[in-house]
Design a protein around this ligand. Sequence first.
Ligand SMILES: O=C(O)CCC(=O)C1=CC=C[C@@H](O)[C@@H]1C(=O)O
Ligand SMILES: [Mg+2]
Length: 372
Amino acid sequence: MAVIPLEKIILRKVKMRMKNPFTTSFGTLQDKEFFIVEAVNKEGQSGWGESVAFSAPWYTEETVKTNEHVIKDFLIPLLRKRPLEHPDEVSERFSPIRRNNMAKAALDGAIWDLYAKEQGLPLSLALGGEKKQIDVGISIGIQKDISLLLGKVGDAIAKGFKRIKIKIKPGFDVNVIKRVREAFPETPLMADANSAYTLKDIDHLKQLDHYNLMMIEQPLLHDDIVDHAALQKALTTPICLDESIHSLDDAKHAISLGSCKIINVKIGRVGGLTVAKQIHDYCRTKDMPVWCGGMLEAGVGRAHNIALTSLPQFILPGDTAGSSHYWERDIIEPKVIVRDGVIEVPQTPGIGYAIDQEALDAFTVSKDVFDV
Ligand SMILES: O=C(O)CCC(=O)C1=CC=C[C@@H](O)[C@@H]1C(=O)O
Ligand SMILES: [Mg+2]
């Protein structure tokens, strides 16, 4: 039986400054620290993965520090147990470790990329993706005032993004959506609350039904699917779950309870490409539209998102804006380019973007090498 001839894992901690600070209902981020994983085989070929955990545990419980602990002390030792024959085995191998999905996904992504390169296949095709182009939207953080936000929305529409996502929070919500909708009556528009509300806000949230939103993303508690089901019954606007979905079972439970009408699949949140694909496949059988969320990734993570989005049930535009939206200098070559709201899915083996080694070295703050 052919095995993936994994020889070493290189773990780089990287620090990059975003062009613009990004503000959500839980805070502002500008300096992004994260891990880049390189999986190297016996022929010296490399596969690349990126962890999307932030420095603070406000999106999920994971952080850059917990990633380091879990990857070094638990996940790499599990990879040493016996060789892998296929990247689908990675998530199963990691299953004795509870959660820590972003740590798992970083390794899973590197091994998927390496496997696709060994097979001579673009990662999108290795995953079973069909699309050669993907539609993308943009996520606009909370702004100091509405006129600034209207300017950003106008710029994004002019650039051709296929839908606009606006971050909302109590005090910056219905009033804001109303103004944006008045200024841009036809634009596909959605709001993301990042768990800023409770069921007590039901009457307030119902006002959003007047603005023809594509969806409202994660209005209630980060781990909830029960209250979301009650809210979805009261709203005509579709609810999209983000933070609440960590596994295929979470997706199954949310769908059977009627907690949402759309699911945002984030590779890091669900523990890697294999689980993301399982959720996709299940949603396809249930006619549940999915889209690929973003975590302000650098180029490696972005490339994985693009490959995943080539799967057919990614019906709605994702949050994968181009490199230049986030970074002065990305760590891949070529950069991710969005033209008229569309990204061309790379057709070369693996993630289809080369690492800009000079840029990566410039942003690397530490590096560890592990034999596997
Ligand atoms: O552009 C992107 O990568 C998406 C940005 C974005 O909306 C988010 C990034 C990180 C955490 C969250 O605030 C969030 C989201 O909830 O989707
Ligand atoms: Mg979200």
